[in-house]
Design a protein around this ligand. Structure first.
Ligand code: FES
Length: 137
């Protein structure tokens, strides 16, 4: 897998997303609860753009009339027909055996740790005040 720098962390606010083209693939990167997730920007049902999906919580019910919310913001609800997918791995909660979104590894690294080349130029002190979001495709 190749590593692609797609954004500074500050470019994608909490609860927001950014769509990037990586090797001809439309990929959406979400920022939720301090983590970043990257998924193919296409619902596997009929192709809705997942950048428009609602980021909702996982709802479970241990018994009738009792509901529990967890993993707030980590579930994607498709804007067209409402199918839900786990942002962490693309898993569908409509029909888990047949449908899931392609998801990609995401890393956040400091700008000065991205990659070292074989040559060294004269340098001056630099203060890094931001991080970068890197997607592996
Ligand atoms: S296109 Fe996403 S649920 Fe139908």
């Amino acid at each position: 897998m190749a590593r692609h720098i797609v954004a500074r962390t500050s470019e994608i606010p909490p609860g927001g997303n950014k769509v990037v083209d990586i090797a001809g693939r439309d990929i959406v990167v979400f920022h939720v609860n301090g983590e970043f997730f990257a998924l193919l920007n296409r619902c596997p049902h009929e192709g809705a753009p997942l950048e428009k999906a609602a980021c909702v919580a996982r709802l479970t019910s241990p018994e009738p009339g009792v509901y529990q919310r967890s993993r707030v913001g980590e579930m994607l609800r498709c804007p067209w027909h409402g199918w839900e997918f786990d942002m962490r791995n693309g898993q569908s909660w409509f029909d888990p055996k047949r449908f899931n979104i392609r998801s990609y590894p995401v890393a956040v690294e400091r700008g000065d740790e991205l990659q070292k080349g074989p040559y060294v130029a004269e340098t001056f002190p630099v203060h890094v005040e931001d991080s970068y979001v890197i997607v592996e495709v």
